[in-house]
Design a protein around this ligand. Structure first.
Ligand code: HEM
Length: 287
């Protein structure tokens, strides 16, 4: 194609790197929120919009962005995510052609990369669905439960043990909020830096039950300032899970590689792609 034709084509489409840069700039401009970044809550939105997928019947997943609707918007697991959805409305207003599913997943990847995480390949192609496609409550993990439940939830999406452990490392960033999940506190000392610190703390610190009126959770014995959920303590207790946690604690590059692959897969569950869909690797603005 000639230069002019190409420019016309690009004008019709959406410049996704530009969408990425817009979100990255908004993260920079809003450093007064929470621990200094909307990044973690954007990652949680991307994950909860994708994690409803069921491989058995192909329902759920990021294509459709049904969390815009009741009752999914107010499913207990999604408490607090209106903050992330509202934040991204400003981006939607600027790029009205982008689907909500593409916007939410792109934003999650942008947040991870801008917090120092790995490059995560992303493809557009999600389209908005209607309220009838809302999935039933209970498809996302319950933090109070054990490894049997964790496996049941992630196997339903089509993940294996290694991928489960790789994905959980995202708790390096962000925190629990009592007014959202009932739990309290961050997992790491630098909750806006995407590193393998989560695995190191999980395996190296001594974790004890927190004495409080809230739901059962663990705290580090040394500083009492970090937390672990019952469901994720299984990464230190279950033999197969622990094997991967140890590998990721020792080798951040290996974790980045495996996390990138697993998160990309998560974002794409159930999305009906054409074989020639372009793969984007966004350039971080901070590099
Ligand atoms: C936050 C549970 C897996 C990313 C949370 C919160 C809970 C939770 C209870 C606190 C929400 C709040 O109070 O604001 C779980 C359980 C999981 C799981 C039980 C699996 C067994 C994942 C996965 C990812 C993820 C796979 C991404 C790959 C996050 C992030 C936050 C978060 C980034 C912080 C949000 C913020 O700071 O606002 N998770 N999660 N989680 N989760 Fe998970």
């Amino acid at each position: 194609t000639s230069g002019t034709e190409k420019t016309t084509l690009e004008k019709k489409g959406i410049d996704y790197q530009q969408v990425y840069n817009t979100i990255a700039d908004m993260l920079e401009e809003n450093e007064d929120y929470d621990d200094g970044s909307y990044g973690p809550v954007l990652v949680r939105l991307a994950w909860h919009s994708s994690g409803t997928y069921s491989a058995a019947d192909g329902t759920g997943g990021s294509c459709g962005a049904t969390m815009r609707f009741e009752p999914e918007a107010t499913h207990g697991a999604n408490n607090g995510l209106a903050v992330a959805r509202d934040f991204l409305e400003k981006v939607k207003a600027k790029y009205p052609e982008i689907s909500y599913g593409d916007l939410w997943t792109l934003a999650g990847i942008c947040a991870i990369q801008e917090m120092g995480g790995p490059i995560i390949p992303w493809r557009p192609g999600r389209f908005d669905k209607t309220q009838e496609h809302v999935t039933p409550d209970g498809r996302l993990p319950d933090a109070a439960k054990d490894q049997r439940h964790v496996r049941e939830i992630f196997y339903r999406m089509g993940f294996n043990d290694q991928e489960i452990v790789a994905l959980l490392g995202a708790h390096a960033v962000g925190r629990c909020h009592t007014d959202r999940s009932g739990y309290e506190g961050p997992w790491t000392f630098a909750p806006t830096s995407f590193t393998n610190e989560y695995y190191k703390l999980l395996l190296d610190e001594k974790w004890v039950e927190k004495k409080w009126k809230g739901p059962k959770q663990y705290e580090d014995k040394k500083t009492h300032s970090l937390m672990m959920l019952p469901a994720e303590m299984t990464l230190a207790w279950d033999k197969e899970f622990k094997k991967w946690a140890q590998i990721y604690a020792k080798d951040q590059d290996k974790w980045f590689e495996d996390f990138s692959a697993a998160f990309s897969k998560l974002m794409e569950l159930g999305v009906p792609y054409a074989a020639d869909t372009k793969v984007y690797k966004f350039k971080p603005t901070t590099a």
